[in-house]
Design a protein around this ligand. Structure first.
Ligand SMILES: Nc1ncnc2c1ncn2[C@@H]1O[C@H](COP(=O)(O)OP(=O)(O)O)[C@@H](O)[C@H]1O
Ligand SMILES: [Mg+2]
Length: 169
């Protein structure tokens, strides 16, 4: 419906929610948390007739190329390409889980993930971000990862942080 015609009073809240969230942005890493967030986003997109954009951010080389002591000489360009492909596969796998009758777009960005997500919703029309509470990071004691925390603090639009049920880690 979304604003077309008069509405029974008890439907107003339903309609409000349905109409507010028509363009959903789902930032993804390769974690089960992000996959769970995508499943929630797909459910919401079905009931709201919403469009999905799945987005992944390839971290800057400085975040991974200098990890630990690497003895063997490494080909940075090759490593870069492999990392890029790995992130592209995250998007491909995500699209495969989206039912055919839903509209889905993909975005591959580079940089600091939190900042890139906030830049995207600042520059383009999205109504709601749906993301995992945590990601691939190893700090299991934290309720929120650094990317989800950054986005919650900085996003100009609403953020839905999905927690994996029963996750005690
Ligand atoms: N590189 C990334 N690109 C897009 N989204 C990401 C990226 N990394 C994390 N996210 C999103 O942020 C959520 C929380 O992950 P994060 O804050 O990185 O936690 P952790 O610190 O445990 O890795 C993920 O479930 C995913 O939705
Ligand atoms: Mg992370």
């Amino acid at each position: 419906m979304c604003g077309r015609g008069p509405m029974a009073p008890h439907r107003v809240v339903d309609e409000l929610v349905n109409c507010m969230f028509r363009r959903l942005l789902v930032p993804l890493d390769s974690s089960p948390h992000a996959r769970h967030a995508l499943a929630e986003a797909i459910d919401l997109a079905k009931s709201n007739n919403a469009r999905l954009t799945v987005m992944t951010v390839v971290p800057e080389p400085s975040a991974w190329a200098t990890l630990g002591a690497i003895d063997a000489p490494i080909n940075l360009r090759e490593l870069n390409e492999q990392v890029e492909h790995a992130y592209q596969r995250i998007l491909d796998a995500a699209v495969e889980t989206v039912p055919q009758d839903l509209s889905v777009k993909t975005l591959l960005k580079h940089g600091a993930p939190g900042a890139a997500i906030v830049d995207e919703v600042t520059a383009h029309d999205h109504d709601l971000i749906i993301m995992g509470s945590r990601g691939r990071g190893e700090l299991r004691s934290l309720l929120l990862g650094s990317v989800s925390r950054h986005v919650l603090h900085e996003s100009p639009i609403p953020v839905l942080v999905v927690h994996v049920p029963g996750d005690q880690s």
